[in-house]
Write a protein that binds this ligand. Structure first.
Ligand code: HEM
Length: 487
């Protein structure tokens, strides 16, 4: 529940200026317990699955009763898109998110609102836009080749590969390189401290989100103290990166006009007294990028590998597409090649449909408004299931099947047909994920390298893969063995 929300009672005068056919009280709702309502169901590592069950049972717009408050849950695509577009003015992120992330030193654009958000968003976008990602491509090739070498060596030596661990390390190398201009080579450093710290922070965020009583605000267990230490360590590492970048920029003043990475761009902007950008905001956004760029992308790749291993036909179609574009090259060496992989893009979209890493978000309304024909009072909490339509047969027939083909059209699909108007794995509107272009580039590089060089062999003896909500949703394992492809 959002601590800032206490919607005042409705009255006819307040509602008179709006057109709507129902109020939140008219919506269907799961039956909760006396007094607490559905509170006990709102936490836990499987909350996203409970939400999906509710969507199946109660439809795309329903209500949750929690401790005497009425919350709304929305998965109807047009209403979801409309709400996401009406930010930051119409809706804000819940203050719970800001508090729980802030406690572990994650702040910056993701939890900023209003003009503060506008200012920070411009800066973060400047560091992650298409041109920056394109200029970064040569480094991306080097990092991908590093992963290939590691996997080939492991296969040759008959060693088991921990794919999920390696994908996280690779995503970390990419984000630290593009955001900070540093090569930490976490891929080849099995005990990398930054990676351990990020894992620690996500585990704590996930566990705290799954806990009803925020005990850690009153006393700390060893795990809480360890997470605090990880947050401090990451802050210190980032402060070090900022110091290095400032020294670099002092020696090469031209970097102020032509920054080489996101951090340099932010430093250059913050030095302008009119920017109003503080040192703390600079550090917060740098920390947020490192943390935000790792698990999202790594979990997406891990899900995609699991799904391809279970769908050998799709994997073979993908391998054929990649072979045709890469030729003899073991990794994509030209930026243009990445644009010639429509099946790979479709397989990624299908992965996000079935296994979104961020399948819901919490918002609060900034003013009385109407959402999905429902009157919504100011300060109402709304859970937006941004990929909630993914299991709706009307939108995605045989929805449980992994079928990248549903994302491929001869021409431009009509608005009604277009699947990208039905699920929003990267959000939508002004706060659309600024890292999506980087993430997509990285995912294409790794998956193309993977299917070009290896066959994916599912480990049939492994227990079923679970979907775990650890702040982001990720697979419990990637039980897939790599076998070198014959050339
Ligand atoms: C497959 C990978 C990723 C997925 C699925 C993903 C998903 C999302 C989603 C759903 C949002 C919320 C959007 C909204 O409110 O409409 C978001 C926001 C954000 N993401 Fe990503 N993300 C990914 C990768 C990245 C990467 C690599 C970065 C790099 C730093 C990043 C940085 C951010 C930031 C800064 C925001 C907050 C934007 C704002 O509030 O204005 N993400 N992401």
């Amino acid at each position: 529940m959002d601590a800032n929300t206490s919607a005042p009672p409705l009255d006819a005068k307040r509602m008179g200026t709006f057109e709507f056919s129902r109020t939140i009280a008219d919506l269907p709702a799961p039956k909760g317990l006396p007094l607490v309502g559905s509170l006990l169901k709102l936490s836990g590592r499987q909350f996203h699955l409970t939400l999906a069950d509710w969507i199946r049972e109660f439809g795309p717009v329903f209500r949750l009763d929690v401790m005497g408050h009425q919350l709304m849950v929305l998965s109807e695509p047009a209403a979801v898109e409309g709400l996401l577009r009406d930010r930051p003015d119409g809706f804000r992120r819940t203050s719970n998110l800001k508090t729980s992330m802030g406690e572990l030193k994650i702040a910056g654009v993701i939890t900023a609102e209003g003009d503060d958000w506008r200012k920070q968003r411009r800066l973060v976008m400047g560091g992650l836009n298409a041109e920056v990602v394109r200029n970064f491509f040569p480094t991306m090739v080097v990092i991908t080749e590093r992963v290939l070498l590691r996997w080939k060596t492991a296969v040759a030596e008959g060693r088991r590969i921990d794919l999920h661990r390696d994908l996280k390390a690779m995503a970390l190398d990419v984000i630290v390189a593009i955001a900070m201009g540093q090569d930490i080579d976490a891929v080849n450093d099995d005990g990398n401290q930054v990676q351990r710290d990020i894992d620690n922070i996500f585990q704590r965020l996930g566990a705290r989100n799954a806990t009803l009583l925020p005990y850690w605000r009153h006393f700390k267990l060893p795990v809480d103290r360890a997470a605090d230490k990880s947050a401090d360590d990451i802050e210190q590492a980032v402060i070090g990166f900022v110091k290095d970048a400032r020294e670099r920029m002092a020696q090469q003043p031209q970097l102020r006009q032509k920054p080489g990475n996101m951090l340099e761009a932010m430093i250059a902007a913050s030095e302008n007294p009119e920017s109003g950008f503080t040192d703390q905001e600079l550090i917060s956004n740098a920390i947020m990028s490192v943390i935000g760029g790792e698990d999202t992308t790594a979990n997406s790749m891990a899900w995609m590998i699991n799904l391809l291993a279970q769908n050998p036909e799709a994997a073979a179609t993908l391998a054929a597409e990649v072979d045709a574009v890469l030729g003899d090259a073991p990794v994509a060496r030209e930026w243009e090649w990445l644009k010639q992989l429509p099946y790979l893009e479709a397989a990624h979209s299908e992965t996000q449909r079935l296994r979104a890493v961020a399948p819901f978000m919490g918002f609060a309304s900034n003013a009385d408004c109407v959402v999905a024909d429902t009157f919504v009072p100011k300060d109402t909490v709304i859970f937006v299931a941004n990929t909630g339509a993914s299991q709706d047969e009307a939108h995605f027939p045989q929805h449980e099947l992994f079928r990248p083909e549903r994302w491929i059209f001869d021409g431009k699909p009509s608005r009604e047909e277009d699947p990208s108007r039905k699920v929003f794995p990267f959000g939508a509107g002004p706060r659309l994920c600024p890292g999506r272009f980087l993430a997509l580039t990285e995912i294409k590089m790794v998956l193309a390298m993977l299917v070009r060089n290896f066959e994916l062999v599912p480990d049939l003896d492994a227990p079923p893969v679970e979907q775990l909500l650890n702040f982001f949703v990720g697979p419990s394992a990637v039980p897939v063995r790599l076998k070198l492809r014959a050339r």
